[in-house]
Ligand binder design. Structure first.
Ligand code: NAD
Length: 486
């Protein structure tokens, strides 16, 4: 990319696009080609302070609107995004290296749907009244104040909008810090807010890295709430920083999810979904099933069919509609994943497919960040690669002999985000699901999302729940008013 078409982004503070105070920049690269595509402000404490001041100044006006008026703003934001839907998909694919079909069907579509969903959901939220013999209790959902929102790179606008929509709806004003690796669609959201005239200061974006911009946001004394999605180690730092100010805190963290294939699973018809659950977005979805537990009686049959399907996926040009898998987010992330594959080999793992650069990879992508989908057999369930989150296109396979053993293996890790169970017996699958220590378990499906249900993890996968009423509750303070009857 030449200097002339290099994208330069600014922060969005108090309704103005502006550079960081220190005038330092972060380079942003295309994962597919390794080319420099953009530069973003490397913001620091001063910029966070300005954004928090803007959000504070805007709070009274925004929070005094009725909830219907704020829901109306959400619809206007959704309409603004909808009119730029294809641009969202193109920017997301460029910035993350993900296939354009995924960016269109999942990222762009869900980002818009998040605003529409919360605007409509609030209409179903009934006034809560608790009558006593001599008094009436009425529950109010008041705004919390200034919401600090921090998001990762794997589903950039999808996850940012999942936080921004309920935060604004409930009357909070927002300071968002998107991932420094994928800033493009967060900037587009700021442009939409600006175009439709959201009052200055209600929504602010500060670009930058975690240490210089994220950390000052989490510890800022005037920020009342932090919603963080990212890695578990970072979540621990965020929790420490947020705790001294008693901020409301939601942490959506890493996962090491099990996919359980029971003896009676219909592996032929379900195979495309099982492969999708393993490798969607190059395995860079916190919910992906990176450990497949297979009943021993169908182990060989399953493995042959699975590897066959995986090797037939098309890995390559993200802009090609027919591409199944694209690039990894960065050179550092690729190298981390390769180091896990090396550890797997040292632990006795057998690489059934993948393990490095895709075969016959086009030369235009030779400097990008790529690994072919990798399937590893022969590792113990408590080996490093089966216990730690790799967050890439790497799956380990493990046999089990009965449901008890499947549960034991599934619950062996420190994580507890999600899981899926595949079986002809839905009742048995549903009962088995209750024994998995995870926030979400799908039976005969994966990532089948109803936005009303609770979303979040147990153990090291997170604290709290978002989604539907859980987001309404998290982004507000429930206050009870008790009136004694005369
Ligand atoms: P990350 O933890 O490295 O970064 C996430 C965000 O936190 C980024 O914006 C980053 O700049 C910021 N950050 C980094 N250090 C910080 C600090 N000290 N204080 C405040 N902010 C800081 O995560 P990532 O690599 O961007 O994302 C991948 C991880 O996210 C994986 O572990 C994945 O499982 C997880 N994830 C979880 C969910 C979920 O819903 N549970 C969804 C998506 C991704």
């Amino acid at each position: 990319m030449t200097e002339s078409n290099l994208i330069t982004l600014n922060n969005y503070i108090e309704g103005k696009f502006q550079n960081s105070k220190c005038n330092h920049w972060i380079d942003n690269y295309s994962p597919a080609t390794g080319d420099l595509i953009a530069r973003i402000p490397c913001s620091s404490t001063e910029d966070i302070d300005d954004a928090v001041t803007a959000a504070t100044n805007a709070f009274n006006g925004w929070s005094s609107l009725s909830i219907e008026e704020r829901a109306d703003w959400l619809i206007r934001i959704a309409d603004g995004l909808e009119s730029r839907k294809e641009e969202i998909a193109q920017l997301e694919s460029l910035d993350t290296g993900k296939p354009i079909s995924l960016a269109r069907g999942v990222d762009a579509a869900r980002s818009i749907a998040n605003f529409r969903f919360f605007a409509n959901h609030i209409l179903d939220h009934e006034q809560q009244i608790f009558e006593m013999s001599d008094a009436t209790n009425r529950v109010l959902y008041k705004p919390v104040g200034i919401a600090g929102l921090i998001t990762p790179w794997n589903l950039p606008l999808y996850l940012l909008s999942w936080k921004v929509a309920p935060a604004l709806l409930m009357g909070n004003t927002v300071v968002a810090k998107p991932s420094e690796l994928t800033p493009l669609t967060a900037n587009l959201l700021a442009e939409v807010m600006d175009e439709i005239g959201v009052p200055p200061g209600v929504f602010n974006i500060v670009h930058g890295n975690g240490i210089d911009a994220g950390a000052p946001l989490t510890s800022h004394p005037k920020v009342n709430l932090i919603s963080f999605t990212g890695g578990t180690a970072t979540g621990r730092e965020v929790a420490k920083a947020a705790s001294s100010g008693f901020k409301k805190l939601s942490l959506e963290l890493g996962g090491k999810n099990a996919t359980i294939i029971r003896h009676d699973a219909d592996i032929i018809s379900k195979m495309p979904e099982i492969v999708r659950a393993s490798f969607m977005n190059q395995g860079q979805v916190c919910l992906c099933g990176s450990r497949i537990l297979i009943h021993e009686t169908i182990y060989d049959e399953f493995v042959e069919s699975f590897v066959n399907t995986v090797t037939n996926m098309s890995v390559g040009d993200p802009s090609d509609e027919a591409t199944d898998l694209g690039a990894l987010i960065s050179a550092a992330h690729r190298d981390k994943i390769l180091s896990y594959i090396q550890i797997a080999k040292e632990e006795g793992g057998v690489i059934l497919c993948g393990g490095g650069m895709p075969l016959n990879h086009p030369t235009q992508f030779k400097d990008g960040f790529w690994i072919a989908p990798t399937v590893i057999d022969g590792l113990k369930p408590d080996s490093i690669c089966a216990m730690e989150e790799i967050f890439g296109p790497v799956v380990t396979l493990h046999p089990f002999s009965n449901d008890d053993e499947a549960v034991e293996i599934a619950n062996m890790t420190d994580y507890g985000l999600a899981g899926s169970i595949w079986t002809a017996d839905s009742d048995a699958g549903s009962e088995l699901a209750e024994r998995i220590d995870s926030g979400m378990v799908w039976v005969n499906c994966w990532l089948h999302r109803d936005l009303r249900v609770p979303f979040g993890g147990v153990k090291n996968s997170g604290v709290g729940r978002e989604g539907g009423d859980w987001s309404i509750g998290f982004f507000s303070e429930a206050v009870n008013i008790c009136v004694k009857h005369n």
